[in-house]
Ligand binder design. Structure first.
Ligand code: FES
Length: 318
């Protein structure tokens, strides 16, 4: 009596004893890629096991070797090396056409988990320079880019010091995540520490560089939230173009934007705040309205009120 295996979006097929999943799918007329002919060398037959992983035989020696090199997650198997020992298995072919073949074989093989996407709990960190536009309007392009590089270097150093990863930059702000290699409590703590360090560093930069050379100082706005998001590499040509998506990302961006209306440089969601081990901050409390959320959203204010500098007119350029 053969076992039944469901190929998601395709059909349910019988798998006879002694038949690999690849042999069974080909026999059932599924156009299953198998470039090396089922020798466990090419990986084009790979499947994602959605249900019943325990009903597959353990990886063979050649599958283990290739899995170690390509860093497959546990639920990715080679169909040509897998046998079935019971019912209730559901799988999905990962390479179904030439475009899939390109993505999986040429785009980001070094980290299959990121290629395939995963749901993770992360701390989401948005930062923006509050008063950059007046600086842009008053200075030469060279100065603007140079200062931008200095300030972004300061952001980058603090974020990487605390284990964060920058996901994207937009204009005079950026977006980073914490927790790709740690639990959510550590991630929240790290995001807050990185933010506080940046606020401290920008104060020094203002006093030692911006004020003396440009008669201008910068204020920042930081928003931090935690939540479950989808992490993956959309593979647009960069080697590790990580994308993070989900509603918590929008919330974190909203908190950053709210620094202005709340007149505080660092706004953190109550949910993130409650994860901090010893919050050494005299936090103020406020409530925000979030799109699509009926109840006011509680946030903590752990930065400082703004003191926007009255910059003197810039030196004239001749
Ligand atoms: S067909 Fe090549 S590894 Fe399975």
């Amino acid at each position: 009596m053969p076992f039944q295996v469901k190929f998601k979006g395709e059909k349910v097929i019988p798998v006879e004893a002694g038949q690999t999943v690849l042999q069974a799918s080909l026999a059932a007329g599924i156009p299953h890629y198998h470039a090396c002919g089922g020798k466990g060398q090419c990986t084009t037959c790979r499947i994602l096991v959605l249900e019943g992983q325990e009903q597959l035989t353990p990886p063979t020696t050649s599958e283990r070797a290739i899995r170690n090199v390509k860093k497959f997650p546990d639920n990715v198997r080679l169909a040509c090396q897998s046998y079935i020992t019971g019912d209730g298995v559901e799988v999905q072919r990962l390479i179904r056409d030439e475009a899939d073949r390109y993505i999986f074989l040429n785009g980001g093989e070094e980290n299959m988990t990121r290629v395939m996407g995963e749901r993770r709990k992360l701390a989401l960190f948005f930062i923006d320079i509050r008063n950059f536009t007046p600086f842009i309007e008053a200075h030469l392009p060279f100065d603007v880019i140079h200062i931008m590089r200095r300030v972004f270097a300061l952001f980058r150093n603090a974020i990487s010091q605390y284990g964060g990863e920058i996901i994207d930059t937009a204009g005079d702000g950026l977006y980073a995540v914490f927790g790709l290699k740690s639990g959510i409590r550590k991630a929240a703590e790290a995001a807050v520490l990185a933010g506080l360090k940046i606020l401290e560093d920008i104060k020094i930069f203002n006093n030692t560089y911006m004020r003396p050379y440009f008669n201008h100082t910068f204020e920042l706005g930081i928003g931090v939230h935690v939540g479950k998001v989808i992490v993956g590499n959309v593979g647009i040509g960069l080697s590790d173009n990580l994308t993070v998506m989900g509603y918590p990302v929008n919330v974190a961006a909203r908190l950053q934007a709210a620094t202005k209306e709340l007149n505080n440089s660092f706004v953190i969601s109550d949910r993130a705040f409650r994860l901090l081990k010893n919050p050494p901050y005299s936090a103020g409390c406020a409530h925000l309205t979030l799109k699509g959320v009926s109840n006011p959203y509680e946030v903590k204010l752990i930065g400082k009120p703004y003191a926007f500098s009255k910059a003197a007119p810039p030196p004239s350029v001749t």
